[in-house]
Design a protein around this ligand. Structure first.
Ligand code: NOJ
Length: 746
């Protein structure tokens, strides 16, 4: 359901459109790139990239922003040639907005957009982690928090949520999205759109979402960023489009085209993807923006002869806004005169941009008031609490041999690893507006929670090991907590890795720590699933901490002490070795499924299952499943299972329900997540968890884009993760069940 404008607002848009010159219309389709000139001659977004990938520290970035001369394209704004900019300073936003509103012929406000991927000032866990909380209410709240904080800084448009289904952990951008599963991805998508967009009680409470990257970017060949994507239609429809459809149904306003080509056509110029599917079929109400510089890159891609040609192909495909190349503003007028781009295409694009601005209330409230600007000068307590709650719920306990965790508060702990004492490493890739003083490192959190912590850096993802510190760590602690993993710069955009084991000398460090004979608890900080076969065999416990945001240190310490019982789950499968990538639980079956004999679908030198499967995660208590029952109930299946807390403390279990379509006209996945429910149970408590699976959701799209509901046998699974074998079979008929809409075929 798109969020419609009122009749009066629609009329205002149409009236405006009727008064606009062609240049002004194209101006709305132009997002200027703020360039830093004089010494640092790079566009703003590149500067952000340099900060997020570690080439610039946060401090250096802020200094450049303060001192460098910046070109905000004031003259072009004055001439009505700019529709949008990437700016995050509220005073600057007001200054530029004033030019747009008071000095242009029609007074159309600018829309300021930014990468607010997992929080603005209050950074919460990266998406791959947060999705693993399986807590959609929390996901919605963190998005709402980010919306408020950024809108009070003038940013009314988030380049988020990132919804790329991603199954290859070599790809650095797995960190930014909700993981490998289309259903969990669509729950995440809906929650994020609601959180960002739905609170209209005040103008400062909502922003426009921008779904990205449309489409197929997560399937970049060999996990190499920006790489080519080839996929059959049924894989696209049933997996990669699913979270986007859900987000559009929830009312998402805008989307971003992806860098990659899909079956030979870059998304930037892909009419089938942008116009036929995203706009006409799904019904995206607002506009589509290109990715940064992407129109220009169509020439390099080999799909356009020159920039003008690239602009024409993009505009005709339904790409409404050019991010940063000025190709539209410099060429489209001529292209229209030459009849290469229709006036209808321009009007459609401009109308979409104006409508989103209208929906955001920018025409009536273009500025950020002094009072609003100051609202989040300091992070309010409730935002800290939210960041903490989501961090605590997103960490995943992978191993806990002999119940070594939780640790007593007076345990003599040797805390090891340079990442532990680094406040800027907790925020993860694509965090821009955070401040170091708000961040709690693991060392900070541990000192707060435990009485006897000694810190020995010893080494980290980069650089050498310090033998003396290793010796001291081994001699002085009763338990060694080693904080290892990846730096922020090792995941995110343009950060693919061909070997996803612990980088640098960290395994060697672990070997030396283990040689002490003391128990070693490995706390991971990383932006992607890692290949942990050796670690899983050799360390005593593993806590997957991802990059959990500003409250990471407290969250980890609370879990290690048992103040918080871990409940996070994996939103992506962890391979044993890199060569298993891409690895995902919901793969299609072969005629020779992997088994312990030769002529099956497997490797000779690696396991055939994930080391830790999708949905996996331990607790300090244990749960038992029984009595799975599946019955038909009109247009749904009623599924129930008994879950019992068999341990000695309260805990929260994520009860997962999977389905397999046993025989269909095309090969279906071995399992698909269909529902989940979180259940908090006291020690010894048993509960029947009941869910409904609508029959309408049991079908699939075939290669011809038809949504098929085929009568036959289905297996329904329930359990703690995707490897569950607790199963019931049921024969289902779909007569008179309403279907999902079909897709257009390329
Ligand atoms: C490139 C990234 O692919 C995209 O996710 C981001 O929103 C833009 N740059 C703008 O920074």
């Amino acid at each position: 359901m798109g969020i419609a404008l009122t009749k009066e607002q629609t009329n205002r848009v149409e009236e405006l459109l009727s008064k606009m010159t062609l240049t002004e219309k194209i101006g709305q389709m132009n997002q200027e790139s703020v360039s830093i000139v004089g010494g640092f001659d790079v566009p703003f977004e590149q500067l952000i990239e340099m900060m997020t990938d570690g080439r610039l520290s946060k401090e250096e970035f802020e200094n450049i922003m303060k001192t460098a001369k910046t070109d905000y394209h004031e003259d072009a704004i004055r001439e009505g040639k700019v529709g949008s900019l990437m700016v995050q300073d509220p005073e600057k936003c007001n200054e530029l907005q004033k030019i747009a509103v008071e000095e242009t012929r029609l007074g159309i406000p600018l829309i300021f957009g930014l990468d607010v991927i997992h929080g603005f000032r209050s950074v919460y866990p990266i998406a791959i982690a947060e999705a693993g909380s399986f807590d959609t209410e929390l996901m919605e709240k963190t998005a709402a928090m980010a919306a408020k904080e950024s809108r009070c800084s003038g940013v009314a448009w988030h380049f988020a949520p990132m919804l790329d289904v991603a199954r290859d952990a070599r790809w650095g951008r797995v960190s930014e999205g909700p993981g490998e599963d289309p259903y969990l991805g669509s729950c995440f998508a809906r929650a994020k759109v609601r959180g960002l967009q739905n609170d209209h009680s005040e103008n400062e409470n909502y922003v426009a979402a921008c779904l990205k990257h449309f489409v197929g970017y997560g399937a970049a060949e060999a996990g190499k960023d920006y790489n080519t994507v080839s996929m059959a239609n049924h894989i696209l429809y049933n997996n990669y489009l699913v979270p986007f459809r859900a987000a559009v149904e929830e009312g998402a306003q805008t989307a971003m085209a992806s860098f990659n080509d899909l079956n030979g056509v870059p998304s930037t110029v892909n009419k089938w993807a942008l116009r036929d599917i995203l706009k006409d079929n799904m019904g995206l109400p607002g506009f589509v923006v290109s990715d940064a510089n992407a129109i220009k890159e169509c020439v390099v891609h080999g799909i356009a002869e020159d920039e003008k040609d690239a602009g024409e192909k993009s505009a005709n495909a339904g790409l409404d806004m050019d991010m940063g190349t000025e190709i539209y503003i410099q060429n489209l007028e001529k292209s229209v005169e030459e009849g290469k781009v229709s006036m209808d295409a321009i009007d459609d694009a401009c109308r979409r941009v104006l409508s989103v601005k209208m929906w955001l209330g920018l025409f009536d409230h273009p500025y950020v008031s002094e009072e609003v600007m100051k609202r989040y000068e300091e992070i309010p307590e409730e935002h800290k609490e939210l960041a903490l709650a989501s961090a605590e719920k997103s960490a995943v306990l992978l191993k806990n041999e002999g119940g070594i965790l939780p640790l007593k508060k007076d345990t003599k702990i040797s805390l090891v690893g340079s990442l532990a004492d680094n406040r800027s490493e907790v925020v993860g890739a694509w965090a821009i507006s955070w401040k170091e003083k708000d961040c709690v490192s693991i060392l900070d959190g541990m000192k707060q929670e435990f009485s006897n912590v000694n810190y020995y850096p010893c080494g980290g993802p980069e650089g050498d090991l310090n033998e003396n510190e290793i010796k001291d760590a081994c001699n002085n602690g009763d338990v060694i907590v080693a904080v290892l993993g990846e730096t922020v710069a090792m995941s995110g955009e343009a950060s693919s890795r061909a070997d996803i084991t612990l980088p640098g000398k960290q395994r060697e460090l672990l070997q030396k720590l283990i040689a002490s004979g003391k128990p070693v608890v490995l706390v991971l900080m990383n932006g992607r699933p890692l290949a942990l076969q050796w670690e899983a065999e050799n360390v005593t416990a593993i806590l997957e901490g991802w990059h959990l945001g500003i409250q990471m240190g407290n969250a980890i310490a609370h879990i290690l002490s048992g103040k918080k019982n871990p409940e996070g789950r994996l939103s992506s499968s962890f391979p044993a070795v890199t060569g298993q990538c891409p690895i995902y639980y919901n793969h299609p079956n072969t005629g020779r499924p992997a088994g312990n004999f030769k002529f099956t679908s497997r490797y000779l030198d690696a396991p055939f299952t994930a080391l830790y499967p999708f949905g996996y995660g331990l607790s300090y208590t244990s749960f038992e499943y029984s009595d799975l029952a599946v019955t038909e109930d009109n247009d749904a299946l009623k599924i129930s299972v008994k879950v019992k807390n068999t341990g000695d403390r309260e805990g929260t279990e994520t009860v997962q329900f999977y389905m397999q379509d046993v025989a269909a006209s095309i090969v279906r996945p071995v399992k698909e997540l269909k529902c989940f429910e979180k259940a908090t149970l006291a020690s010894g408590e048993e509960k029947t968890v009941e869910v409904k699976l609508l029959k309408k959701h049991m079908g699939f799209w075939n290669n011809q884009g038809k949504y098929c509901l085929e009568d036959g046998l289905f297996r329904i699974y329930a359990g703690a993760d995707s490897a569950t074998e607790l199963c019931e079979e049921i024969r289902v008929g779909f007569e008179s069940v309403e279907k999902e809409p079909d897709y257009p075929v390329e």
